[in-house]
Design a protein around this ligand. Structure first.
Ligand SMILES: Nc1nc2c(c(=O)[nH]1)N[C@H]1C(S)=C(S)[C@@H](COP(=O)(O)O)O[C@H]1N2
Ligand SMILES: [Mo]
Length: 353
């Protein structure tokens, strides 16, 4: 994999090449089905080497009948197609104050498209869950060292039984009507709607059902909210996505003419749907409602607002989304040591001249 750097895409914003971590400038995304070339990439390890010809998916552990599925088996089972937004829990980490360590993502560690696959539930039912099953552990083919522990780890995450059995949690084999692109998990990827994308394990190697909560480092060390800088009091795991919105137009520090401008963006949530998006151009003195496109169950909602500006000067444009559970973006994001779940009201500064 030494040639990885040469595969970097010039239109993605690169944070690191080994492993490959890129985001997409949020203004590039103007379709609900984001093409592969604009799909952010978030990896903990080098890309895995897979042998596609002998690919099979074993399900074992706390089940009645340990079962191995071939790709062909999976393709023959009833499939589900879902439009799902995947947001990295580190999205917007760059905006935390005080700053936190980790990839300094701006707004672009988010993407969405159409995923087709078989509900994980179908496979678990075929293998037969044993009474007392607690967690379903999904392992990817990628592995490597960690900076904080001296062993080598695979990328592995578990879902509690309830989320694993949710009929919308799928083992996907298609993205936007094509086989999943290699860097996004080919041939099989778990897709967990409504949870931060860390749960959506790429390059699935095997699935194990266990009778106690899984303690792997990607859910007990990382992907945990630590409210305090110097100790672990009050820690809790990263799961459901927060309500959030991002301004796509205008760009930060853009120069604009006087007249009418269509402020555009996206909003998303891990609970229910987006019920409103409000815009302010006077530092939150007054808020006006943006037009929102059809409500999305698992995808993001596009919104727009016609802004007529006569007076020259500097303006800050704010966007604030609220979901159907009544959750609203806060003025200040909940600070946590590893910088997850940033969702403060979005702000973009412009100058009208
Ligand atoms: N096998 C595997 N799955 C993974 C990861 C990984 O490093 N390895 N990263 C997770 C994280 S943190 C995110 S945000 C998404 C990124 O998916 P993408 O690279 O397709 O955008 O995949 C998740 N699934
Ligand atoms: Mo992530």
């Amino acid at each position: 994999m030494n040639d990885q750097p040469f595969l970097a895409k010039p239109y993605l914003l690169t944070h690191s090449l080994m492993p490959e971590n890129h985001e997409t400038p949020i203004s590039f995304i103007d379709t609900p089905f984001v093409p592969n070339k604009y799909f952010y990439r978030r990896n903990h390890f080098a890309y895995p080497a897979l042998s596609y010809s002998s690919y099979w998916l074993p399900i074992g552990g706390f089940v009645e009948t340990p079962t191995v599925f071939t790709l062909k088996d999976l393709l023959q089972l009833p499939a589900k197609t879902l439009k799902v937004a995947l947001e990295c829990s580190g999205n917007k980490r760059d905006f935390f104050q005080p700053k936190v360590f980790g990839e300094q993502w701006k707004r672009g560690a988010i993407s969405q498209g159409q995923w087709k696959g078989v509900p994980l539930r179908t496979l678990l039912e075929k293998a037969g869950l044993k009474e007392g099953a607690v967690d379903v552990v999904v392992e990817g083919y990628d592995y490597g060292p960690r900076t904080d522990l001296d062993k080598t780890y695979s990328f592995m995450r578990s879902l509690p039984l309830e989320k694993a059995m949710d009929p919308d949690t799928i083992i996907a084999y298609e993205y936007n009507q094509k086989p999943i692109p290699f860097k996004h998990g080919y041939p099989l990827r778990l897709i967990v709607p409504q949870w931060y994308a860390v749960a959506s394990v790429k390059w699935i190697k095997q699935i194990q059902v266990i009778d106690k909560p899984f303690k792997g480092p990607f859910q007990t060390i990382d992907y945990v909210y630590y409210p305090h800088k110097d100790d672990d009091r009050g820690a809790f795991p990263v799961t459901t996505m927060n309500v959030n919105s991002s301004i796509q137009y205008p760009l930060e520090y853009e120069l604009l003419n006087t007249g009418m401008h269509v402020i555009k963006g996206i909003a998303s949530t891990g609970m229910g749907t987006i019920s409103k998006v409000e815009i302010s151009t006077d530092e939150g003195e007054t808020w006006r409602t943006a037009e929102i496109a059809a409500n999305e169950e698992f995808g993001w909602t596009s919104w727009s607002y016609n802004w007529t500006v006569h007076d020259k000067g500097e303006y800050t444009i704010l966007s604030r989304a609220t979901d159907s559970y009544g959750r609203t973006q806060p003025e200040t994001a909940f600070w946590n040591r590893k910088g997850y779940g940033y969702n403060a009201i979005d702000r973009v500064k412009v100058k009208v001249e």
